[in-house]
Design a protein around this ligand. Sequence first.
Ligand SMILES: *Cc1c(COP(=O)(O)O)cnc(C)c1O
Length: 407
Amino acid sequence: MIKINEHYLKLQASYLFSNIAKKVGEFQTANPDKEIIRLGIGDVTRALPKACTEAFHKAIDEMATDASFRGYGPEQGYDFLREAIAKNDFQARGADISADEIFVSDGAKCDTGNIQELFTRDAKIAIPDPVYPVYLETNVMAGRTGEYEDGRYKGIIYLDSTKENNYVPSLPTEKPDLIYLCFPNNPTGSTITKAELKTWVNYAKDNQALILFDAAYEAFIRDKSLPKSIYEIDGAKEVAIEFRSFSKNAGFTGTRCAYTVVPKECAAFDSKGNRQPIHPLWNRRHCTKFNGVSYPVQRAAEAVYSDAGKDQTSELVAGYLKNADLIANEIKNLSFDFVGGDNSPYIWIQGNRDSWEFFDMLLDQTGVVCTPGAGFGKCGEGYIRLSAFNSYENVEKAMARIKKTLA
Ligand SMILES: *Cc1c(COP(=O)(O)O)cnc(C)c1O
């Protein structure tokens, strides 16, 4: 008899985005003349940089003649891209990462979801709350948790991110083996300082743990004192894997390209307590289960690092940050407590009422769509997330309506 993986049955149906869509649909039906402005989205809205589309076109033309056609590429990614990444994203910031430590993939979602395969079923997992759901749900699927009770899966060490700790979790009292961190954070928009990140790196080292660091939003960091990579912290190469993506800095959400950094020094332990490097394991997994990102997409990603590409991506990010500034300023004027928006496209607002109640009120009275914080975890209750991914005109309009209604 074929049996299913019953851990899947523990997963809570996520009503977050379907509920939002349903409520927005109902509002639109009831108010056909009212223009809805979506500030709930976690997806970019502006076109790919010109440098990227030009490289994309050129690479497609190469595929059109036998002489320059390319079939299967290296699973880990083409050297031209891995070298551009290592040089620009790490070596230029004093982080000693080499091209062969970069694994190019079709998404940080897949990589952050797949990485847990390398570790034992009984590994103790620490996960932030609120959180990007992928970290949690892939561990539920793998059977590393118990049942869901009172908004939480049993067996997970939750790292609360609250106003009290300025949305940077404190070190846990129970000892984890695997620690997920994400900065700048989705959904809160909070950032971590080098000193705070160093305490996590030291903690991992002292406890033979491993940090999975999701830096999908590093391009939004304006404050030069903040770390863009965990490898800017001494000793991190031994205890951390970093995830990056072209989705948010260069608009690749629909184009798909990302990468994971697994330093050669990074290790976990076998049952005898011996250090085992993770690099060969991830390499083996990647080569066995993945066949590489398409050549034109890798050429488009490479163009992010050209002079024109650098200018165009920083202009894109600056545009979203201008939106974030406007949102943060208006929210501040309305005297709400909030975090984010300065080095992140997200603004996390303490609404002083139930998350969904705030969502409904905002939609009904202003036509603005936010994301209820409760959808990201227990600690998100009472919060909403506003996103800077929209046009400046729409953000201006949305904030003017919110100001008029809530002031
Ligand atoms: C958007 C996002 C990613 C990137 O995912 P892709 O699969 O590369 O598009 C990764 N982590 C977080 C927290 C994100 O919000």
